[in-house]
Design a protein around this ligand. Structure first.
Ligand code: BEZ
Length: 197
């Protein structure tokens, strides 16, 4: 399989963490792609020009990190990261949606911060910062996440905040998340996928 990736993308990292947790890493070849440049090989896999995009061994492509993780769950015989059905699945997808929303907001905030600042962009920054703060507050109040799709995504979200917003410390405000992340951030799935760029 080929995974179009950037080493800075937390969405790609989620897929890589999932693959490592399920012992599938060796089956995935990383193909660097800059979605802002829309290279034709990425567009052939994903007309949205977004990463991650996974080209399966039969040549067909999957897009969207959650869809790709769902596919990875069908391979190998390690325990699934996304519960197959029922209330457990709904709960996991709901918590995933919160953590994924932090990723959306943080990536958008990072992009916005690279632009000349005016009042509208400052307001956007305030709004996305508040989205992240509210969502971290929700996760802080929940029991510690297991290392399934929820833990993988929360870990990638906190890792992205450390990576791009290191000047805005979050640990003192969210001590339970900080204690949880202390252990998670030492797992091989995380140490081997540290963002760079
Ligand atoms: C980043 O540089 O922060 C980034 C790169 C690709 C996707 C998302 C974020």
């Amino acid at each position: 399989m080929k995974l179009f990736h950037s080493p800075a993308s937390p969405f790609v990292r989620k897929v890589r963490v999932a693959a490592k947790l399920r012992g599938l890493d060796a089956r995935i070849e990383l193909v660097p792609a800059n979605p802002h440049l829309s290279p034709p090989e990425l567009l052939a896999a994903n007309p949205l020009s977004k990463i991650p995009a996974l080209v399966r061994d039969d040549g067909t492509a999957l897009i969207d990190s959650l869809v790709i993780c769902e596919y990875l769950d069908t391979l190998g015989d390690a325990p699934r990261l996304i519960p197959a059905a029922g209330a457990a699945r709904v709960t996991a997808l709901q918590i995933h949606a919160i953590a994924d929303g932090i990723l959306d907001a943080a990536v958008a905030r990072r992009g916005n911060s690279q632009l000349p600042q005016d009042e509208a962009r400052q307001k956007f920054d305030d709004r996305t910062k508040a989205v992240i703060a509210r969502s971290l507050g929700l996760l802080e109040a929940m029991p510690p996440a297991p290392m399934d799709i929820t833990g993988a995504t929360i870990g990638c979200a906190l890792g992205y905040l450390d990576f791009r917003f290191a000047h805005e410390p979050w640990r003192a405000t969210y001590p339970k998340l900080a204690a949880w992340f202390e252990g998670v951030n030492k797992l091989p799935a995380f140490t081997e996928t540290m963002p760079v760029g």
